[in-house]
Design a protein around this ligand. Structure first.
Ligand code: MG
Length: 218
């Protein structure tokens, strides 16, 4: 084990001091699950981590690829300034609906545009002359490399790109020994791209299921 292991107590300390959910965020997962959404949303400390990165990049325009039921969109939108905007892409009609409802309950509808559809098609229609400061990728893993291509096209220099689930449940390091595991291969390909693309300075951060974070270089 390298570094300090995250015990339950240490985890509770981090969340308790830095990333407490409010009543709405606390209620969302169970409500979304009751309406048929899977509980694969980010954790509170990941939400806070994304907010820190957004502020560091001076984010006014943010993009989320894969919104699920809006839990992460609420964290992201709360880190935007008054005139900030989040474009949230979600393929699943029920999830897009839940995201709209939950963003409205959080009083953030004016800041969040939920767009329903295939992310690759929606991304292809976006114009790099209106670039994003921050992009969060948290969708189907086989699409990750293509989403990253669009993120690179659409993010300004100094902006930040983040991909969730970069650890593949702790298994991403087995990529060479698991050539038939599509999940591991997709995430490994994304990580490799984040690590080696000359337009990025990146690191995989072992927070929750791992977040690969890259700054777009000037
Ligand atoms: Mg995720």
């Amino acid at each position: 084990m390298k570094g300090t292991p995250i015990t339950e107590q240490l985890y509770d300390y981090i969340v308790g001091n830095f990333a407490q959910e409010d009543e709405l965020l606390r209620r969302l997962p169970a409500e979304a699950e009751a309406r048929g959404a899977p509980l694969i949303h980010i954790s509170p400390e990941q939400g806070r981590f994304l907010q820190v990165l957004m502020k560091a990049a001076g984010t006014k325009r943010a993009l989320e690829i894969g919104s699920l039921f809006g839990y992460s969109a609420i964290w992201l939108a709360r880190a935007l300034p008054e005139d900030g905007k989040l474009l949230a892409l979600e393929k699943h009609p029920l999830h897009a609906q839940l995201t709209r409802e939950n963003v409205a309950r959080a009083g953030l509808s004016r800041k969040v545009d939920v767009r329903e559809g295939n992310a690759l098609e929606l991304l292809a229609a976006l114009d790099p002359r209106e670039p994003f400061d921050f992009v969060f990728i948290d969708a189907d893993k086989p699409g990750y490399v293509a989403y990253l291509e669009h993120a690179l096209r659409l993010t300004r220099p100094g902006g930040i790109i983040v991909g969730d689930n970069a650890s593949a449940a702790g298994n991403v390091w087995k990529a060479d020994a698991a050539p038939d595991d599509e999940h591991i291969q997709a995430i490994h390909a994304f990580n490799q791209r984040m690590a080696t693309d000359p337009r990025l300075l990146s690191i995989l951060v072992p927070i929750s299921d791992g977040m690969c974070v890259g700054v777009v270089l000037p």
